[in-house]
Design a protein around this ligand. Structure first.
Ligand code: HEC
Length: 174
């Protein structure tokens, strides 16, 4: 009888220990998931993700490419470039959440109309949407303040001039 009691209490301890381990694993998995899903620049892995400076270089390049693609009547290329703009900006929304609202607003007000014009293969509508988007780019540069409190108004976007970008790409496509 006494031995049965001892076995019972060992059994209970083992069960409790297993439950404790399971709970600890679940909590720690939850914390890891949360760390992976929420930008925290005190962590090295987050800190080396592309910030707006890096993302904007691609944004600017694709905005330029979209212009030249439409100029060459390569609507598939234009669609691709505009779509990639939204994809790279989504990276910015994750890595720099404080800019997410402004980026989403820009996508809705300025990128979507460019895409609609591309889908309609309407050059005039595209140029109008493009000019409006340039105003939107510069508006955000003026509104966004860096750490020292000054804005990025010195980054002034204009319509592309000069030659086609990437001379090894045939902008007319196939
Ligand atoms: C959400 C606001 C916002 C919008 C919208 C925006 N930008 Fe920017 N842009 C920034 C900020 C902030 C910087 C400075 C980034 C930094 O260094 O941290 C910047 C910097 C840049 C740079 C300089 C990059 C470099 O480091 O050389 C270019 C080019 C640029 N933007 C292009 C554009 C273009 C083109 C558009 C429109 C299609 C646009 N941006 C729309 C906020 C914005």
């Amino acid at each position: 009888m006494q031995q049965k009691g001892l076995m019972y209490s060992i059994g209970t301890s083992v069960v409790l220990a297993i439950i404790a381990v399971v709970v600890a694993v679940v909590i720690s998995n939850g914390q890891t998931t949360s760390k992976l899903n929420n930008a925290d620049r005190s962590m090295t892995l987050w800190n080396i993700q592309p910030g707006l400076g890096t993302i904007m270089i691609e944004y600017g390049a694709r905005m330029n490419n979209a212009w030249w693609a439409v100029d060459a009547d390569n609507w598939d290329m234009a669609k691709y470039q505009v779509k990639e703009m939204t994809e790279i900006q989504e990276v910015g929304e994750v890595t720099r959440p404080s800019h997410a609202d402004a980026l989403k607003k820009f996508e809705k007000n300025d990128i979507d109309p460019m895409m609609q014009a591309v889908d309609a293969k309407d050059k005039d509508a595209f140029v109008a949407a493009y000019d409006k988007a340039i105003t939107g780019c510069n508006q955000c540069h003026g509104d966004t303040k860096g750490k020292d409190g000054s804005s990025y108004r010195f980054v002034k976007i204009i319509r592309p001039t000069g030659n086609y970008p990437f001379s090894n790409v045939d902008w007319a496509g196939q």
